[in-house]
Design a protein. Structure first.
Length: 294
């Protein structure tokens, strides 16, 4: 069985917008044509990939979420192969928004790799809090933005889920029952909101010890013992350490890393960059999580 590339591309548009009509607008096709392409994919896999109620897309099914990950990889390889033998080089400009902690990942190397593949592409990158990134993307301030959100928030296309953990420096030991000094990103950060909600749910007192504009600022403050911070598990590297349940801190939720397009941003270069970074981010999360477990 061979998947239809056009159907996979349509599926990505539907998964991102959660709407047949909006997906159709992006590619200049009718809603019925989009529905037919999704039905063709479902017939091929023999299972439903979208949960639909009264004609509206509610969410991806488990099979749909699995297919989405493969669809990204298939389309990325397809487009890279076409670009490598075609005279139609990828060109254009993309304004990209990313969360403050992305430079703790291998983000700069991913962008360098993308530029190496597509040297004619121009990029402008801005970091900000996730809530601001999502709001500004909806206003089309960004062509593409990655952001963190509460699990199940259903904004954009989810790339991976990360478990949040309490993190301290090598010599920091929180006192049992004492007010917790917090080292956090500014307001609008999903990590910050999750930490505060968890402490409130246990009636645990806390205070701001340090608010930093970048991951390196937070990392340094935590290492020097200014307080406790909250990060995705894959971002914790020595000398930082995870503070487990024995430290008396409440359990933290998992968060989702997702991406969304600006409403007027459907150029091929934007889609290509989204697929490339989503694949890199997804693979990095798997690799780092596995390494952390060893």
């Amino acid at each position: 069985m061979n998947f239809d590339i056009d159907c996979l591309r349509t599926f990505l548009l539907v998964a991102d917008s959660m709407s047949f009509s909006r997906a159709g607008e992006c590619v200049g096709r009718s809603q019925s044509t989009i529905s037919q392409q999704i039905s063709k994919l479902e017939a091929q896999v023999g299972k439903s990939i979208l949960d639909r109620r009264k004609g509206r897309v509610i969410e991806l099914t488990a099979e749909g979420a699995k297919l989405l990950q493969y669809a990204r990889r298939i389309l990325q390889l397809n487009d890279e192969a076409f670009g490598s033998i075609s005279d139609e080089a990828l060109t254009g400009f993309v304004k990209l928004g990313i969360p403050l902690d992305f430079f703790a990942r291998d983000f700069t190397s991913w962008l360098t790799a993308f530029k190496r593949l597509h040297p004619a592409v121009r990029l402008e990158v801005e970091t900000n809090q996730s809530e601001n990134l999502l709001r500004r993307t909806e206003r089309s301030d960004f062509d593409l933005a990655f952001f963190k959100q509460d699990a199940g928030a259903k904004h954009g296309t989810v790339v991976l889920k990360e478990q949040l953990v309490w993190v301290g420096g090598p010599n920091y030991v929180p006192e049992s029952g004492a007010t917790v000094p917090m080292v956090l990103f500014p307001e609008g950060c999903t990590y910050r909101r999750s930490a505060q909600n968890a402490l409130r749910s246990r009636n645990r007192k806390w205070q701001l010890s340090y608010v930093g504009p970048s991951f390196e600022c937070l990392r340094t403050a935590a290492i020097e013992g200014m307080g406790v911070t909250v990060l995705g598990r894959a971002l914790v590297e020595a000398p930082l350490r995870v503070l487990g349940p024995s430290y008396g801190l409440p359990a933290l939720p998992a968060v989702e890393v997702a991406y969304a397009f600006g409403r007027r941003s459907r150029a091929r270069v934007v889609s290509e960059l989204a697929l490339f970074l989503a694949e890199s981010l997804s693979n990095s999360g798997v690799v780092k999580s596995a390494a952390s477990a060893n």
